[in-house]
Design a protein around this ligand. Structure first.
Ligand code: F55
Length: 832
């Protein structure tokens, strides 16, 4: 089982290689060496990308000692390994983050400068790995950072998409998608482990045989077998001397060419097979909601789950032959239902391939797996058409049926005669078309189920998972999301980080509760003016980028009012627009109106098939075109759509915000994490009582948070009593004026039909209650304007926001997962 070749050196795992010095001179040498030996370039002829590659290789080399040492954890029986299964990891660029976390920033900067280059130019060279859609994928990336920082042995398992989330262009105000060729110049951070590869079966049918002893053997005869190859990326913890592992699977043909088959037809057939096999991991699905029954997506999910579980079983068997103890080697977290096939696949591997009995396998499966839910929207709960599931995974369907049979037995024992409940809890939906319900499968197969903010978990227990909560309340818990202060403050906002550290020391980076010590600086005028200086510099940097990318000149003195996130009706970018239109009309009507100048900045991608979201982007750009060209509001209102919002752009945008827009319909946003990034960078929030906003407001204090709108209970009540958006339109003339302007063609060169679908949607349906919250939102925005006029007071609130945001470090979230779900000990911080 262990094919390691023992050599004299193989016991030597910790020694630091003196050739890998981290001083400036050593870095300089290493960069030149890599330029020569890795890139095969002369310095005089090297492109900026060559230098970026050379530097990155030099940095990676210096991460290897810690990495190799960390890999030993997987062999240590005493340590449980956290395995984070996620179809998405929205990492963002590695270089800057690795320099920060390893402490090599200064040496790298000086070495690069000694070569006549600038570090920031090389940093800009990196194509970010956009292997995720939005919050869910970015959360996984923050968690990897915290796991490594907290020195918890961990592996992130996912998919090595050849094309990540599309790049967004804006043409004539519309979103245009282009392919994200992130690998085109090579990826210096990954290591291909050709020898770590597994076969994954798909399709076909099952057969039952009796072996010589009369025992039943189940054989799955697939129509296709695909190979998954591991690509590893090291994840540096913050000064922790621990490097976590991200292992992504790439699909390949089992045998790429069958040289036996030299007859032309067969030869081309063999090549076709290769194309089909490689297509599994070609592209990330760009929807942040499940679409209906895409076979390739199910294949992606199964592919990465199967490779990951086979890999974990291999690692476990290096420690112990007893698979009944698998749960002592791994704690497996399923990031939403996308990896929930793990329930059936682990059962299949244990029962069919490793000969465990059903009951033993079920016990270990359940105690290994845990499930995080990220949505309350009923339409966003994943379910697969039964026929499609059966065609791709015939054996898994049998296993799902068996799990379901046993589970429904339990349900009917607990609730005799309750047929409706049985139908709701079944793993199979049978009302109008048959489906496999993945949230039910994940819930039944896990020992823990968590929501991602307090309100979200409470609503989960009352709504989408109510039956499961009633039956097994002990499984449910909350772990409020968090974000890593390393990427989201240290790296993205060095000016603020420096000012904070100057004042209270550097411990806040891993002990963010220390940020509270900033509170006493909130009354120090010179500190406040330095604080404002940092924000102003960040705003100027963003203004420069806006000018470069959109041609719009914005005033850095104005209030930067920012909403960046995926475009979705429930997130209500259109409510933000209604406010802009109202201000526009007010100023036109009364040029003397006391309204402090504002710059409204939007950013975010729409799912390519989500028509209404794309129309919202078009409307933002259309309003921008009219408002920005109108001399009557010049110097007072500007509207900008920042194209291609991604991690890289986020790092520029969050630090420059005065006001953070978190305005989803209450009860719809599971948590939000952008809300945390803004506030941690000194923006004040205007928001509803939704997701983690509730907890942010609790922490920063209600006087430092602009609250508006219906709460979740009121939303439910209004819907129940019958909501008529038209009444709000009729009864509020300013709202009417705003909507009528859109309707009139004012923003569409007279084409009154262009935004008709959006207007109709608002007037006759308005599922997300934008019109109901409009007046409350407007009044709240007036409080914002008043507060912004008192700059000193605004800065105090900004400081207090940052001082009180410590709770939202992803380190805190990860500690909670360790305690409540994974049962992994929290190790003391690494002595610095
Ligand atoms: C991606 C693919 C599918 Cl099929 C479904 C959903 C997604 C996705 O990206 N979801 C997502 O980002 N959800 C968000 O998760 C965040 C992290 O927990 C939350 O903060 C946020 O509220 C939630 O919408």
């Amino acid at each position: 089982a262990n094919n390691t070749v023992k050599t004299a050196a193989s016991s030597h795992t910790q020694g630091h290689d003196p050739r890998r010095g981290v001083g400036t001179a050593a870095m300089n040498r290493a960069i030149l060496d890599h330029l020569h030996f890795t890139m095969a370039r002369l310095p005089a002829l090297a492109s900026r990308n060559d230098w970026y590659m050379a530097l990155s290789h030099a940095v990676r080399d210096r991460m290897l000692d810690d990495w190799l040492a960390s890999l030993h954890h997987f062999r240590n029986k005493e340590l449980k390994v956290v395995s984070y299964l996620s179809a998405e990891f929205l990492l963002g660029p590695h270089l800057g983050n690795n320099l920060i976390n390893t402490g090599m920033w200064d040496a790298a900067r000086d070495a690069v400068e000694s070569l006549g280059l600038r570090l920031e130019d090389l940093l800009r060279q990196e194509e970010e790995p956009g292997l995720g859609n939005g919050g869910l994928g970015r959360l996984a990336a923050c968690y990897l950072d915290s796991l490594a920082t907290l020195r918890i042995p961990s592996i992130g398992y996912g998919i090595r998409y050849e094309f990540g989330i599309f790049d967004q262009l804006i043409r004539d105000g519309w979103q245009v998608e282009t392919a994200d060729k992130w690998l085109k110049f090579g990826n210096p951070w990954e290591i291909c482990r050709s020898e770590i590869a597994y076969e994954v079966k798909m399709g076909g049918h099952t057969e039952y045989h009796h072996d010589a002893d009369g025992r039943l053997a189940i054989v799955w005869l697939p129509v296709k077998v695909i190979k998954g190859v591991a690509y590893d990326t090291p994840i540096a913890g913050y000064r922790s001397r621990i490097t976590g592992l991200l292992r992504l699977w790439k699909s390949e043909a089992v045998e790429s060419f069958n040289f036996q088959a030299f007859n032309a037809g067969e030869y081309y057939h063999a090549v076709d097979e290769k194309v089909v096999s490689e297509s599994i991991t070609k592209v990330l699905y760009p929807n942040d909601e499940p679409g209906v029954g895409k076979l390739l997506r199910l294949a992606q999910q199964y592919f990465f789950v199967s490779c990951s579980l086979q890999d974990m079983i291999r690692v476990h068997l290096l420690r112990s032959p007893r698979l009944e103890e698998f749960d002592q080697t791994f704690a497996v977290q399923m990031n939403d239902t996308h990896p929930s096939l793990a329930v059936a696949e682990l059962m299949r591997l244990l029962v069919d391939e490793h000969g465990l009995g059903w009951d033993a396998a079920w016990k270990v499966t359940r105690s290994t797996l845990a499930y995080t839910n990220h949505t309350l929207l009923p339409e966003a709960l994943e379910k697969w058409p039964l026929q499609l599931f059966a065609n791709l995974l015939p054996r898994h369907l049998e296993i799902v049926y068996e799990i379901n049979r046993r589970f429904l037995d339990e349900v009917s024992r607990a609730y005799p005669g309750d047929q409706a409940r049985l139908a709701r809890m079944s793993l199979i939906e049978e009302t109008g078309g048959k489906f496999v319900r993945m949230a039910n499968l994940a819930s039944v197969g896990s020992h823990a189920i968590n929501g991602v903010a307090h309100l979200h978990t409470e609503l989960l227990k009352e709504t989408v998972l109510a039956d499961f909560y009633q039956m097994t309340p002990e499984k449910f818990c909350n772990v409020t999301n968090g974000v890593t202060p390393r990427r989201w403050v240290l790296l993205s906002n060095p000016g603020l980080a420096w000012l904070i550290s100057e004042s209270i020391g550097e411990e806040w980076v891993t002990a963010p509760e220390k940020l509270r010590e900033l509170e006493c600086f909130a009354s120090d005028p010179s500190f406040l003016s330095a604080w404002r200086g940092v924000k102003d510099a960040n705003k100027r940097a963003l203004a420069a980028a806006i000018l470069e990318r959109t041609g719009v000149a914005v005033d850095p003195e104005s209030l930067f009012d920012i909403q960046v996130k995926r475009i979705h009706e429930y997130k209500r970018q259109h409510l933000n627009l209604l406010h802009i239109l109202t201000l526009y009309h007010r100023i036109k009507r009364d040029p003397g109106a006391q309204i402090p100048p504002r710059t409204f900045i939007f950013g975010g991608k729409a799912a390519p098939g989500y028509f209404m979201a794309k129309l919202i982007i078009k409307l933002i750009n259309s309003v921008a075109e009219v408002v920005n060209a109108d001399p009557e509001v010049a110097g007072r209102l500007k509207v900008v759509f920042f194209p291609d919002f991604n991690v890289t752009n986020g790092q520029l945008i969050y630090p420059a915000a005065d006001l953070s827009e978190q305005i989803s319909t209450s009860g719809k946003e599971a948590s939000g994490t952008g809300n945390m990034k803004f506030s941690l960078n000194g923006a004040l929030t205007i928001g509803t009582l939704d997701g983690a906003n509730v907890e942010i407001r609790e922490e920063v204090g209600e006087e430092n948070f602009f609250l508006f709108g219906l709460n979740a209970t009121e939303v439910q009540a209004l819907k129940k009593s019958g909501y008529h958006p038209g009444r709000f339109y009729e009864e509020d003339w300013e709202l009417r004026e705003a909507i009528d302007a859109v309707r009139s063609g004012l923003f569409s060169h007279g084409d009154a039909g262009l935004f008709q679908p959006l207007v109709d949607h608002l007037l006759y349906d308005d599922e997300y209650l934008a019109l109901a919250d409009y007046r409350s939102y407007l009044e709240c925005q007036e409080r914002v304007s008043t507060a912004f006029r008192q700059r000193e007071l605004w800065s105090v609130k900004s400081v207090l926001n940052v001082a009180r945001m410590g709770k939202f470090s992803s380190d805190r979230s990860i500690r909670e997962y360790c305690e409540k779900i994974w049962k992994v000990p929290i190790r003391p911080p690494f002595p610095h």
